[in-house]
Write a protein that binds this ligand. Structure first.
Ligand code: HEM
Length: 208
């Protein structure tokens, strides 16, 4: 008989995830406040928003180390590896399920078991965000904290600081977009709240 509950979320993942989600929300709010700040009516006073953003950015970077090292030691990192062959077809199958099949009570195209923790769409987006976009946002953020050390005056004929800032903001936009879609997709499980329970108690509830 297939298992009904699988222990997928060890303590370090739950701890990392909780801290990461809170810090990302603070970074989004302070980031948006700085981006659209009106000196007369700021959401958060500019200098305060900058200080909070810097401190929280450093905390997020430390938390990211917990994720990377924990993934290496615990073996959770293996769920982020997948073959490129067939990726496009698998992504299409999963997207069709999310946009159509789920409403017609069809079976999920990829069943979750001990070998497969994530469906292809989760695998692809989690890998992209956690192993590419987060490192880019951390590196560009640290570079902008110490521009005199890390950023040359110009690059390819344009201001290198401006370019670094653009990459940083674009990465922030990607992470924000990911977070909203991620939370919506987390409601598609055995019940609308079962994934949220999993990231609290560690156990994934298997469903067809
Ligand atoms: C309030 C915000 C958030 C909520 C409510 C939330 C919710 C969840 C839930 C329910 C899961 C377990 C289901 C699953 O494996 O897909 C999960 C896993 C995950 N979340 Fe989030 N999330 C939030 C923010 C974020 C952010 C900001 C990121 C990354 C920047 C993120 C990245 C991940 C990753 C990578 C996993 C899989 C972790 C693993 O098991 O290896 N989440 N999230």
């Amino acid at each position: 008989m297939a298992e009904e509950r699988i222990y997928f979320y060890p303590v370090f993942i739950r701890l990392w995830h909780l801290i990461n989600a809170i810090l990302c929300l603070i970074l989004m709010i302070t980031g948006i406040s700085m981006q659209f700040s009106n000196p007369k009516y700021p959401l958060i006073r500019f200098d305060i928003a900058v200080s909070i953003h810097n401190i929280v950015g450093i905390l997020l970077s430390l938390d990211y180390f917990l994720f990377i090292i924990g993934n290496l030691i615990s073996g959770n990192g293996r769920y982020y590896k997948f073959p490129l062959r067939g990726l496009f077809t698998n992504l299409k199958l999963q997207l069709t399920y999310y946009t159509k099949g789920v409403f017609q009570k069809e079976k999920a195209p990829f069943l979750i078991n001990k070998e497969r923790k994530f469906n292809p769409l989760q695998q692809f987006t989690y890998l992209l965000v956690m192993y590419y976009v987060i490192p880019v946002i951390i590196i560009t953020g640290i570079a902008m904290m110490y521009p005199e050390i890390f950023i040359p005056a110009t690059l390819l004929g344009i201001s290198a600081l401006h370019l670094t800032d653009l990459i940083h903001i674009f990465s922030g936009f990607v992470i924000s977009l990911f977070m909203f879609i991620h939370i919506y997709f987390c409601t598609i499980g055995k019940t609308p709240i079962s994934s949220f329970k999993s990231i609290v108690n560690g156990y994934h509830e298997v469903h067809e």
